[in-house]
Design a protein around this ligand. Structure first.
Ligand SMILES: NC(=O)c1ccc[n+]([C@@H]2O[C@H](COP(=O)([O-])OP(=O)(O)OC[C@H]3O[C@@H](n4cnc5c(N)ncnc54)[C@H](OP(=O)(O)O)[C@@H]3O)[C@@H](O)[C@H]2O)c1
Length: 301
């Protein structure tokens, strides 16, 4: 199996799981070894290695600020790298391919929990619509290869992912690693309080990267349908409660204050993952254990 993006949060978890299962070899290339925007190089690599399957876990990924500042790069780089990989996989006759998208492909006001059939039923969240449109194009391309050329390729849409290998940069990280970093800094500096944005009432869903890795291998083994399939934890948590758990895991004993003049974001966002669950996959990593795991990685890094 070729894991494109094997040094990222998701790709590294998939590589670890392939090794743990011990049934299959995997290959990966760093960006220095293979720039996925270099179409000829991607074709040469896939043709030379002829993997039995490819996971597209490489993408240009970022937070709201990066997405809204650089829509051109988020659109063009993602469309290019996923098209290069899929076109090269087709040219080399690769039988299985898993394309990883994101829950931001769904309409901003989709009914919650978000079902797969809400795709393209309403306007997208404007702050990351360029990224979302690239991901929707990726799903359509995998489906096109299925209908036009009979390729048994699939697309999975994960919820918010966290775990070892995450981005903990305070400027660019997602909420969970950012909270780990902030509470850690507050503990180390002996701060009496930490002030967080919003009221803490927004509800979000978080899945450990190890669970997504298992789901990815499970889907590659057993799923053969077009269109996106959601992969979520299935339970939501208020940001206030998440902050409480992270403070406990990190050992921050000061006050948590909420700046309600700042936005909460969308009040609720959770995927309906009943389809993948009905097939037999379910997450195993409980949030507190997963956060401990991520914090250990952060401390070791
Ligand atoms: N993290 C989440 O919460 C989340 C949630 C839902 C879906 N996903 C999806 O899961 C996939 C992986 O996300 P992630 O969080 O693992 O991202 P990540 O940690 O940023 O990893 C992405 C990987 O892609 C590589 N890459 C990007 N552009 C490349 C290029 N031109 N050539 C070669 N390699 C390139 C990066 O290499 P460098 O390290 O060299 O940049 C990195 O290793 C994405 O499709 C994302 O949409 C993630």
């Amino acid at each position: 199996m070729y894991v494109a993006g094997h040094r990222g949060l998701v790709g590294s978890a998939i590589a670890r799981h392939i090794e743990a299962r011990g049934e299959q070899e995997w290959i990966g290339q760093t960006r220095a070894e293979l720039d996925l925007l270099d179409r000829d190089a991607v074709f040469d690599f896939v043709k030379a290695t002829k993997p039995d399957s490819i996971v597209v876990a490489a993408a240009k990924v970022g937070g709201i600020k990066a997405n809204s500042t650089y829509p051109v790069e988020f659109l063009t780089e993602n469309v290019q790298l996923q098209s290069n990989l899929m076109d090269a996989a087709h040219a080399a006759d690769v039988p299985r391919l898993l394309f990883l998208g994101s829950s931001c492909i769904y309409p901003k006001f989709a009914e919650q929990p978000i079902r797969e059939d809400s795709l393209l039923t309403g306007p997208l969240e404007p702050t990351n619509d360029a990224y979302a449109i690239a991901k929707i194009a990726g799903i359509r391309l995998a489906d096109g290869y299925r209908s036009q050329y009979g390729r048994d390729w699939i697309s999975a849409m994960p919820t918010n992912i966290y775990g070892p290998g995450d981005n903990f940069d305070l400027e660019t990280s997602h909420v969970l690693p950012a909270l780990i970093h902030r509470f850690h800094m507050a503990k180390v500096s002996g701060a009496k309080s930490v002030t967080l944005w919003g009221t803490g009432s927004a509800l979000r869903e978080f899945l450990h990267a190890d669970d997504l890795a298992e789901a990815s291998l499970f889907l590659l083994d057993s799923y053969h349908e077009p269109g996106p399939i959601n992969v979520g934890f299935g339970e939501e948590i208020a940001i206030r409660d998440l902050a409480g758990i992270i403070a406990e895991v990190v050992g921050f004993e000061g006050e948590i204050e909420w700046d309600s003049s700042k936005p909460d974001g969308t009040p609720r966002k959770i995927l309906d993952s009943s389809r993948v669950r009905a097939l037999g996959w379910e997450p195993r990593v409980q949030l507190r254990d997963g956060i401990r795991h991520a914090y250990e990685w952060f401390l070791a890094g």
